[in-house]
Ligand binder design. Structure first.
Ligand code: ING
Length: 310
């Protein structure tokens, strides 16, 4: 009998700058309820899912900036989400902007937490790959200033034992970098959760930007297949404050197959029963690190000085 976990990607449509945390959390709880009614045990929400994607603007007023961050998790408003999930016995991944104070110094991270089915935070991750720029770029319709608003994550990529499996977390741009999946797979993950906010005009170069959806699928499917992991990837989507964010929230199997994908750019839940032993199958055949990537092969891969001629 295979081990299974019913997972859901709970895609969020646009969040306006004027939307209150209260209104957003009501939407998140509604998505949680729909996922539960369809048998979900784990729900993945998007990156920065409590507010609009504010790194698209250059703000300088500290109070205006701080309003987009959470100083505690759960806090007074997010506690309602935790309570609803605990009542429904559903675990979840939540992306948000974290304002942390260490030794009296403020640190700002693009963060996600993994909450188990009893409402307990069992894992935290802070985004490592921060795309875009740290200063406004001339002639860009939307800015992308995550390097201005966040520090690179200082927790690394970790894997958390929960819900009968081993789960890793990543955030948005991380999903484009092979090491994201590889590090967690080497630490034994069977499932990787990733929320994203992906505008379709990131570079302003049409030849590149017109491939945004293709690159989204390519990154996630390759990461899943080459590392024998299930990947649950969830978008904040839609036309949000003048920016078009792609949808395509999806659940990808260790085979690389997309088993479920959102068809809208609004609030939408997609669900799949994930066979966790499928990850083990790929790990024990094609991608058996121990058998196929002996230290000698690693040495040859990383140390060989080319070109090598016989
Ligand atoms: N957003 C985007 C992402 O990596 C981006 C940035 C968009 C990069 C399009 C490349 C192409 O999906 C975040 N928040 O990382």
């Amino acid at each position: 009998m295979s081990r299974t976990l019913v997972a859901a990607a709970a895609q969020m449509g646009p969040i306006a700058r004027s939307d209150t945390r209260k209104a957003v959390i009501e939407r998140l709880i509604a998505l949680l309820g729909e996922a539960s009614s369809r048998g979900a045990e784990l729900v993945v929400f998007p990156e920065l899912t409590l507010t609009t994607f504010f790194p698209r603007w250059h703000m300088t007023d500290p109070a205006e900036i701080d309003a987009f961050y959470e100083t505690e998790m759960p806090g007074p408003e997010t506690q309602k989400l935790f309570d609803a999930a605990k009542r429904l016995k559903i675990g979840f991944y939540l992306g948000y902007a974290e304002l942390a104070v260490a030794d009296g110094v403020k640190h700002r991270y693009n963060t996600s937490v993994l909450v188990d089915r009893d409402g307990k935070i069992v894992g935290k991750y802070r985004k490592i790959h921060l795309p875009g720029w740290d200063t406004p770029q001339p002639d860009m319709a939307s800015q992308h200033l995550e390097k201005y608003y966040f520090e690179p994550g200082n927790l690394g990529f970790n894997v958390f034992e929960t819900m009968g499996t081993r789960i890793g977390m990543a955030i948005c741009n991380d999903r484009r970098w092979p090491e994201t999946y590889r590090v967690m797979a080497l630490k034994g993950s069977e499932m990787i959760l990733v929320g994203y906010n992906t505008p379709d005009d990131h570079t302003g170069n049409f030849d590149f930007d017109s491939l945004t959806q293709f690159h989204n699928q390519l990154s996630i499917q390759a990461g899943a297949y080459q590392n024998s992991n299930w990947v649950i990837a969830t978008a904040k989507a839609g036309h949000e404050e003048g920016s078009n964010l792609i949808g395509q929230s999806m659940i990808v199997a260790p085979s690389g197959q997309i088993v479920a994908m959102a068809v809208s750019t609004a609030d939408e839940v997609v669900v799949a029963k994930c066979d966790l032993d499928m990850a083990k199958l790929y790990r024990k055949t094609i991608f058996d690190f121990a058998r196929h990537r002996e230290p000698e092969q690693y040495r040859l891969i990383v140390e060989t000085k080319g070109p090598v001629t016989d």
